[in-house]
Design a protein around this ligand. Sequence first.
Ligand code: HEM
Length: 512
Amino acid sequence: MIQILQKLNLTTFDAFILCLISFVSYIIHLLIKHPDCAIGARHRKDLVGPKGIPLLGNLISLIKRKTIVQYEHELANKYGSNFSFTVLGQGRLIVSNDPRTVEHILKTNFDDYPKGEIFYEIANDIFGDGIFSVNGHMWKFQRRIISHLFQGKNFRNLIYTSVIRKSEVVINILKKYADIGKPINLKDLFFRFTMDTFGDISFGVDFGCLTHPDEMAQFVTYFDFTQNRIFERFEEPFWKFTEKFSEKGQQMRKACKYIDDYIYNMINKYKSQLEVDRESVKSLLALLIEAVDDNGKKLNDKELRDVALNLILAGRDTTALSLSWMMYLIMTNHSVENSLLQEINTILSVEMPIPSYDDLKLFQYTTATFYETLRLYPIVPINGRVCVKDNVLPNKIPIFAGECVKFNLYSMGRNEKIWGKDAKQFNPKRFLELEDGLRPNQFKFPAFHAGPRTCLGQQFATIEVVALAVLLLKEFKFELVPGQKSPPEFKDALTLLMKDPLMAKVSYRTKN
Ligand code: HEM
């Protein structure tokens, strides 16, 4: 370096000045190129949206936000269904709360909008190459296996038996609270219910979340820890580096190791049991071990591990939160509660106090209440994909490769153009009055996603929510404890996480 400077007859000071000038020129060049948007984002005069600041785009207002869902909802109220903003590190985000856009990205042009790398990287140490994160052949193979399995009678019987078994435990807990008149945190109860149901279904194990909440199984503690850590990583751009040294990084490695060992032990256990007696072994993991795709191919151990963990991730929080938002809405809408009771009392009787699997489809109003809850409180509130090939949306907005197209289900559910003048009202009947009834148009109502990657657990979740809701409402009256925020606030997460406990007073409908 010194030799080069000597050849050019430059002093160190001259070199420093040259570097400084180059740096300042580069910054000026960037400022001219990105006067109101983030570095890396294409300048788009054709799109409306909040003006950003040079180089950072809308990063500062995004940091100051309450939640991303609300930030985007406020922008939708101001700019309409289609708008855009840019964020340093994420480039241009185009929000289009239009059912035609949802259809375009999730179905018609599916191959141009694959799953992005961000979730894959952030969640890889725990969720591996499971169905949630992968594309192409790997995704197709797992999807075929899981959908075959979920359509089978064995799986239906397995989930139904577990759901009823765990619902009975929930009822016994509620009886204790009703007897002593102490309020209960329903959100916490529903999380414990769905975790225990998954433990039972997946591994045939009682995690004890309902019966021994203070000494929950180590698997559950570590699973919760890894899930929280994954959420945190979204907000920490340098997590990969910091986790090498931080305590959280160390804990994460320990938790992942425990979960790996746990699942591989379970796989080995079930494999040995299946060799001895196929008929008596009943769990999701055992069914997965036996499952084959159209070509007779089975999942290997790593795939079994990844699929099992992905299913717990997909189904646990989503169902617990649906139950929480649904109970909140029932407690605050007495006419809906009365209609639910009317349906429940018409179908159930002293002779048939518990519905059979086939009876569940009779609970049309209860199912409509579940869907109406998801319309106003979509559990996956924001979704989107990064475009890999230049495209034009049906509403004529061009999309360039590298840009992200999103839709905000929270805004879509409240949009009068989509749902009519009473869009903001909680009215389950709308799902019974719609032309397509309890099979609503997926692009207008993408709560369970749409197109080839549509949720595989919709039926599973509906069974779990409807069965528990029916059994609980038949037996108990729930009242929101006064003084709580109504509607409840939510937090930023992958799901619409209720921020505070949902405290309810529980009493018997009729004391026997
Ligand atoms: C109320 C409950 C539920 C809601 C709202 C829900 C919603 C969703 C959504 C929005 C997606 C798409 C995610 C994305 O790719 O961006 C999805 C995918 C998926 N869900 Fe659900 N889900 C629920 C319950 C369940 C349950 C109980 C299971 C099964 C255990 C399940 C299994 C799956 C699977 C396997 C996928 C991945 C499908 C694929 O990529 O091909 N879900 N779900």
